[in-house]
Design a protein. Sequence first.
Length: 288
Amino acid sequence: KVDADLIWELLEREGVTHYCGAPTVQIGLVNHPRARRLERTVTAAVAGAPPSPTLLAQMRALNLRPIHVYGLTETYGPHTVCAWRPEWDELGEEEQARLLARQGVAYVTAQDVRVVDEQLADVTADAETMGEVVMRGNNVMKGYFDDPDATATAFEGGWFHSGDLGVIHPDGYVELRDRAKDVIISGGENISTIEVEQAIVAHTAVLECAVVAVPDDTWGERPKAFVTLKEGRVLTADELIEFCRQRLARFKCPAAVEFCELPKTSTGKIQKYVLREREWAGRERRIN
């Protein structure tokens, strides 16, 4: 069990210098009543899901130094790190947090990380053209146990295919936009759930959220937001949708908002598939 109260007690009493935690763990820490700026800097590795710039800025304000890393079980943990660049020191806090939210560049122990199209050609490094994140190196698995077909698919073209979609910036830093299976296709337009989630958590009343595709008779799919509010805060669905409209293209804004507790794994990762399957199963029941 993740106990934010105990973590703050240990940070203060035991002289902790480093710890690791998924974004949902960090959210619990920065919003806990005991949260205060620490006298010494504590380094925190953040991984498991893309952290929002809002969360990273909140951590830095508490003197928690986030090290943002990205990887998969198939890469034996982190494969990339958002390595801090000295010139970022001159930027404002908001811009620093935005840059730190990118997934970064390959670890020194890894080989390359690329963003490629369907022909395995590198996409343009313009921070806009999306492709799949692929990687290789001695930290990447040899294959799936006793499953040569799945292994062949995962390593098509000699690179491990992550299943994550992203862009690459002119400076070579990778930024995830979504899991391929999570992208919402609404009326022929692709909507990144990560982009919508980051807009939602920028609201001061929102603790955390998950965005998934739900069926729509007109557009095929539309985004729906499942939102947990901070203790004591009140917010309506209409207010949150209007907040998103000030930050996103209108078609990307959630068509519906449900306030609830989010389903999570034992390590704190939000189980989007539970929410998605519930919504689509409900549609099947209505049809039948």
